[in-house]
Write a protein that binds this ligand. Structure first.
Ligand code: MN
Length: 314
């Protein structure tokens, strides 16, 4: 099954944007996120591809769902902590499917546990296609290691920051970390965090504010744009609208708030989002009505619409 509104196989060359599933949960404690791509695709069939609030028919945007990365070479995913030769996963994903991707076409990846973001960012970064990373997540994910696994989904932002540089990472929506993570993060003046409380006080303008100005930004000033990877852990949403996650964290975003921040980041001046992921949808933890997958599907729609809005402006 392809994501709703996808071009057919015969027409895939016409695509401006591509969707890719990453059905991996080997670095999660509670398994199930490997079923995320399938569940989100299925949920997308329940939504109209006509975005009412913009009067935009999404299938006109020309995107193609390439299916899932082939992770068969990895074998059956072991239980948490069995990845003795850490780093193998990064190599595996690079070997097993990313090489074939045309990086000039903007991407939306559907996870998978959050650990998949590291090899994805790495692939783009090492090819000079990504300079900056924006993470939307309830958690800082800044542990050095979790249960002896340095590539756990609880460590992913730390690994990404080591790769691209602390000053090139922004975290939005944070409302949970360990004391050790906070001690490390509070005194650093590099990695920027817009936590959930800041967003509530400022009306959610961390991403949106810059976006508002960009309407008349680049064409006048022609400023340089930083190629950006946008990683969205669905647990940034409130558990009431996204219960199907490994680590639900109370007091999160509404879906409207998240969409507003995501669209704001995509249209921000000085930022060019070239790839995004939506990770940590765990259908085994979801309500029977599949609300988490449904909201994730809507988010994928919004990312595609954001890409299109941005590309059609210039
Ligand atoms: Mn998280």
């Amino acid at each position: 099954m392809k994501f709703s509104g996808s071009l057919s196989e015969a027409e895939k060359e016409k695509a401006s944007y591509e969707i890719v599933g990453v059905p991996f949960d080997g670095n999660a404690f509670k398994k199930g996120a490997r079923e995320g791509p399938r569940a989100v695709r299925k949920a997308s069939q329940r939504l109209e591809t006509f975005l009412w609030h913009e009067k935009l028919e999404l299938s006109d945007l020309l995107y193609y769902d390439r299916g899932d990365l082939d992770l068969s070479g990895f074998g059956e995913f072991g239980e948490f902590g069995e990845f003795g030769g850490f780093g193998e996963f990064g190599g595996l994903v690079s070997l097993e499917g990313l090489e074939g991707l045309d990086l000039r076409k903007k991407k939306v990846f559907i996870g998978g546990d959050h650990s998949v973001s590291f090899p994805l960012v790495k692939h783009f970064f090492e090819r000079g296609e990504v300079e900056r990373v924006v993470v939307l997540d309830a958690h800082t994910d800044f542990r050095d290691s979790y249960k002896s696994n340095k590539f756990s989904n609880a460590c992913v932002v730390r690994r990404v920051a080591e790769l691209v540089g602390l000053e090139r990472v922004v975290e939005i929506g944070v409302r949970s970390s360990s004391e050790e993570e906070y001690a490390l993060l509070k005194d650093n003046d590099k990695l920027r965090i817009y936590d959930a409380g800041t967003l509530r006080r400022e009306g959610g303008r961390a991403g949106e504010g810059e976006g508002g100005r960009s309407e008349r930004g680049r064409s006048e000033r022609g400023g340089r744009e930083e190629a950006t990877y946008l990683s969205i852990d669905i647990d940034v949403l409130d558990p009431s609208v996204a219960p199907g996650v490994e680590n639900p964290e109370p007091c999160g975003f509404s879906l409207e708030r998240l969409i507003s921040v995501v669209r704001g980041v995509i249209k921000s001046e000085g930022v060019r989002v070239v790839a995004a992921d939506v990770v940590e949808v765990n259908p085994r933890q979801d309500n029977p009505n599949g609300i988490t997958s449904l909201n994730a599907a809507r988010l994928v729609f919004e990312i595609l619409a954001g890409y299109w809005e941005r590309d059609s402006r210039y």
